[in-house]
Design a protein around this ligand. Structure first.
Ligand code: SF4
Ligand code: SF4
Length: 241
């Protein structure tokens, strides 16, 4: 099921981003997408980004074939850009939403709202995201996507409230002592994270930027990585000392 969503959810991108220009109500699908990011974020951090996001699917399934695929420049991965862009995006989004709310009660209200979402969807993740995916690396946009940042914030909130303790999946290393430190997990991470350098006391990858795509799991030549919940940690897992 999730594999199929990963493979085909990119269809929603042209449907919303271009279809919404002609049928603005299509843009309202963005409300569902944002709610999905927030809710899933609370229980499972950035899982949406790596498994359910239509743009993530577009970058991975289609655009990756045309990407130059070079290293993501440090600037695009910086906290400065991510949080600065998040504040800019939310400010712009709030201002546009207030303008649309001024038409509340009118016949055009839903069309105006849908068109606002469509334009957000078209310009930022679609035009900018696809350009960066081709010119740099497929998931460059994901390093500073404001919706991904929202998922990260929700993941932190879920941690603070303790509501994701049971549900949250993380990359987990089953046999830390077996790790060859070959770095293949890091080399295959679309966000250029380094799982093998950063496991916590519970052998879980301690980086809330992780989108839980499990590319590193596939890449590990000795199969010691898994994406799993806390209570799925097997008895043979060797704990760090
Ligand atoms: S790919 Fe596997 S063996 Fe290599 S560094 Fe990563 S966890 Fe260790
Ligand atoms: S660390 Fe693994 S699961 Fe997380 S983003 Fe990188 S490849 Fe995906």
């Amino acid at each position: 099921m999730i594999a199929n969503i990963k493979k085909y959810s990119w269809v929603l991108v042209p449907t919303i981003a271009f279809g919404g220009l002609f049928y603005p109500l299509l843009g309202l699908a963005m409300i569902g997408i944002m709610l999905g990011i927030i809710l899933i974020g609370l229980f499972n951090g950035k899982y949406w980004c790596g498994n359910l996001c239509p743009h993530g699917s577009l970058f991975d399934v289609l655009i990756s074939k045309f990407s130059i695929s070079r290293k993501i420049p440090a600037f695009f991965k910086s906290s400065f850009l991510k949080w600065g862009f998040f504040i800019f995006f939310m400010g712009m989004f709030s201002r546009r939403l207030m303008n649309v709310m001024a038409t509340w009660g009118s016949e055009e209200f839903l069309d105006n709202l849908g068109l606002m979402f469509t334009m957000q969807y078209l310009i930022m993740p679609t035009i900018l995201g696809v350009s960066l995916a081709i010119l740099i690396s497929p998931r460059t946009w994901c390093s500073f996507c404001p919706m991904g940042a929202m998922g990260q914030i929700m993941g932190k909130l879920g941690n603070v409230l303790g509501i994701n303790r049971t549900f949250e999946q993380r990359i987990t290393i089953n046999q830390p002592t077996e790790c060859r430190e070959c770095g293949l997990c890091a080399n295959n991470c679309p966000l250029e994270l380094e799982p093998y350098t950063n496991f916590d006391q519970e052998n879980r990858f301690d980086d809330d930027r992780c989108i839980k795509c499990a590319e590193c799991v596939e890449a590990c030549p000795i199969n010691i990585l898994e994406l799993k919940k806390r209570d799925e940690v097997t008895k043979d897992t060797v704990r760090r000392v």
